[in-house]
Design a protein around this ligand. Structure first.
Ligand SMILES: Nc1ncnc2c1ncn2[C@@H]1O[C@H](COP(=O)(O)OP(=O)(O)OP(=O)(O)O)[C@@H](O)[C@H]1O
Length: 269
């Protein structure tokens, strides 16, 4: 399929003039963006956006604002097709330390996702869904284990799937590649690509220091940084990887110009 055939329609997640201050200190300033629903022929194409920025610049704070966990000092974050102001709980969060319930099996940890879903299901329906997901994401043999018996990468996969099962279309992931070896990173990448193509409106926002892996699966990259003489971080640059021809290409790292793109992003940090 020609990866270049796509259209963008209505807004799904937008920030309008978002600023965040603690006392007199400005952390975030004039954040404006809009993630639009991307369509590609004959497939469910979700959205994947990476948020890149130096340590301490304000990524976590923006993350919290986007998820409705903290209110911005000014501005608003709007989500979904009706563009209502985001409420806490509407956006799934996969934190860096992927917290699971340690005294419950993986099966029960996943069931918690379904128990919290908006649609109420019978236990038999839940079992069937969990079995299917475990199969798809190579966790079947681990369902009766406890989180402590899984590797970091496996726990992270459970944490991501748990969020998918809640039915959240919008999922924020904090440093999904950190602390994983190269093979595990590949697995997470495959998982994120799969999640982003499960449903048309699924939208992943990835906060990462790992520019190359994040960009390789994104359709958009935002660079969060400070502009000369102004306090507070803002989105200094937005890269539209669909328009640049780098989106949805499994072998994008080998594409001419991709490594230059990574260098260009680094130069803005
Ligand atoms: N509750 C708070 N009160 C005052 N300042 C805060 C508060 N929380 C965070 N900050 C400041 O906000 C700034 C941004 O922090 P944030 O955690 O968002 O950075 P980050 O980009 O996520 O960093 P890292 O990549 O290291 O996790 C920092 O200067 C931090 O000291």
């Amino acid at each position: 399929m020609n990866a270049n055939v796509y259209t963008k329609t209505g807004p799904l997640v937008c920030a309008e003039n978002v600023s965040l201050q603690y006392g007199t200190k400005t952390i975030l300033r004039d954040i404006n963006f809009c993630i639009h629903d991307i369509h590609r022929p004959n497939m469910e194409q979700g959205q994947v956006v990476s948020l890149i920025g130096r340590s301490g610049i304000g990524k976590t704070q923006l993350f919290k604002v986007l998820s409705g966990l903290i209110q911005p000092t000014q501005g608003v974050v709007k989500i979904d097709t009706d563009q209502h102001p985001v409420r806490a709980g509407e956006v799934g969060i996969v934190p860096q330390n992927y917290i699971l319930f340690n005294h419950r099996t993986i099966y029960h940890n996943l069931k918690i996702g379904l128990d919290n879903a908006a649609v109420k299901l019978t236990d038999a329906e839940k079992k069937s869904i969990i079995t299917d997901y475990a199969e798809t994401f190579q966790l079947t043999e681990h369902l009766q284990k406890y989180p402590a018996q899984l590797s970091g990468g496996q726990r992270q996969r459970v944490s991501i799937i748990q969020q998918v099962l809640t039915g959240n279309k919008f999922i924020l992931l904090d440093e999904p590649f950190s602390g994983l070896d190269v093979l595990m990173i590949d697995r997470v990448i495959q998982l994120l690509v799969k999640v982003s193509t499960l449903q048309e409106q699924n939208t992943l926002i990835i906060v990462s220091h790992d520019i190359e892996n994040a960009a390789a699966i994104s359709d958009t990259v935002w660079v969060l940084g400070c502009e000369d003489g102004k306090e507070g971080a803002t989105i200094k640059h937005e890269y539209d990887l669909c328009a640049m021809g780098y989106a949805w290409q499994p072998e994008v790292r080998k594409e001419p110009g991709f490594q230059d793109l990574i260098a260009n992003i680094k130069s803005l940090l």
